[in-house]
Design a protein around this ligand. Structure first.
Ligand SMILES: [Fe+2]
Length: 366
């Protein structure tokens, strides 16, 4: 650990004597927009990640009524673009950042409403914890949104939403907005004020082309950086998790750990994550199961899809119910406990951390 010893020397071994000359030196730094490393090493090079973002839980019982009230008071349309309410991490100064890299929001569309089309460099997905009746139109392809579905809007695809029913619908959005804002990579373009196709097919054209297990259309041999699948349907996710637990019952190696089934949504052209910056997964714990304590570089967000349980973050236990969302900042310890069968949707910035070689994980007893 030579690096850490060096770090200690810098942090603790080089405190200069306070003299008028030294004060003049520091004033000279300030006047010339300079800032010496030795006064701030602990913040710039911590021994391990020390995020400003904090672990936090948002209750569906709080989120949904506020979204419904927004539906009554705030119109949706050009300019505002979306009736989306961002989860603001209490450690990040009021910005609508759930973590330094990720945006998470509840979005609400009233009966017969349309959210206009636009496109942006940021990657986006929607996950539906309850409801139906909205179609998201991605590059002209209408995609049904129903409970348990993961819907993708990779960067620079035109997209708008329309509610075909007389009932409102809410869902969650996940994007890489904070990452793109801090890296200054954002571009944005308005599209049609209405969606370009009001058809309401059960399956999008992308699904009809791609969603046959293990079968790749020969017309589509070019790999793409984001998945060409617009919707990952609950029926497939549920069946995959059910089979993992059944296989475990039969003594077969199928689960990530005892009583913990999980899948990652992938881009079928590469087997990689669905989008370049965001990883999406779904986890199912048997009643009574508990995961070992973990720490990971990067931030992750969960939403409870079904069942009851708890998350322990930095030693603090939070009980959870359907729809509740929580964020685990970088290197914060966490584990899950299932009271009933416990289903959770998860997304994270892991593709960024892995590709840039910053990923590290630590599993208790592992
Ligand atoms: Fe958008």
């Amino acid at each position: 650990m030579t690096q850490d010893l060096d770090h200690d020397n810098v942090a603790h071994g080089m405190t200069p004597e306070d003299t008028p000359e030294l004060r003049a030196l520091y004033q000279g730094f300030k006047d010339n927009h300079l800032n010496p490393l030795w006064t701030q090493t602990g913040d710039l090079m911590p021994m391990h990640p020390k995020p400003q973002a904090v672990p936090h839980v948002w209750r569906w019982a709080d989120l949904l009524p506020l979204a419904e009230q927004s539906g009554k008071l705030v119109p949706v349309g050009r300019g505002g673009e979306r009736r989306a309410i961002g989860l603001a991490n209490p450690g990040l100064g009021g910005k609508a950042y759930v973590s330094p890299t990720l945006w998470a929001a509840i979005q609400y569309l009233g009966p017969r409403e349309t959210a206009p089309e636009h496109r942006h460099a940021q990657n986006a997905f929607r996950f539906v914890v309850e409801g139906e009746g909205v179609w998201t139109v991605v590059d002209g392809d209408p995609v049904r949104m129903s409970r348990g579905d993961l819907l993708l809007t990779p960067g620079w695809r035109f997209h708008g939403h329309h509610n075909d029913r007389d009932a409102p619908m809410a869902w969650i959005d996940g994007l890489d907005i904070p990452f793109s804002q801090q890296m200054d990579v954002g571009f944005f373009e308005f599209g049609s004020d209405r969606v370009t196709d009001y058809a309401t097919p059960n399956y999008s054209r992308g699904e009809r082309l791609w969603c046959h297990p293990g079968l790749r259309p020969l017309s589509q041999l070019q790999d793409t950086v984001a998945s060409p699948i617009g919707a990952y349907r609950w029926e497939h996710t549920d069946r995959a998790l059910t089979e993992q637990l059944l296989l475990e019952d039969e003594g077969q190696p199928a689960t990530v750990e005892q009583g913990h089934a999980a899948i990652r949504y992938v881009n079928p052209t590469t087997g990689d994550d669905v989008m370049p910056t965001i990883r999406c997964e779904f986890h199912r714990l048997r009643a009574g199961a508990q995961t070992p304590e973990r720490r990971e570089v990067g931030s992750t967000v969960f939403q409870v899809f079904d069942g009851q349980g708890a998350v322990v973050m930095s030693g603090v236990r939070h009980t959870l119910e359907k729809g509740d969302m929580f964020v685990i900042p970088s290197w914060v310890s966490w584990s899950l406990e299932a009271e009933t069968q416990f289903d959770l949707f998860r997304f994270s910035d892991a593709p960024i951390m892995e590709r840039l070689n910053f990923m590290r994980t630590m599993v208790d007893g592992g």
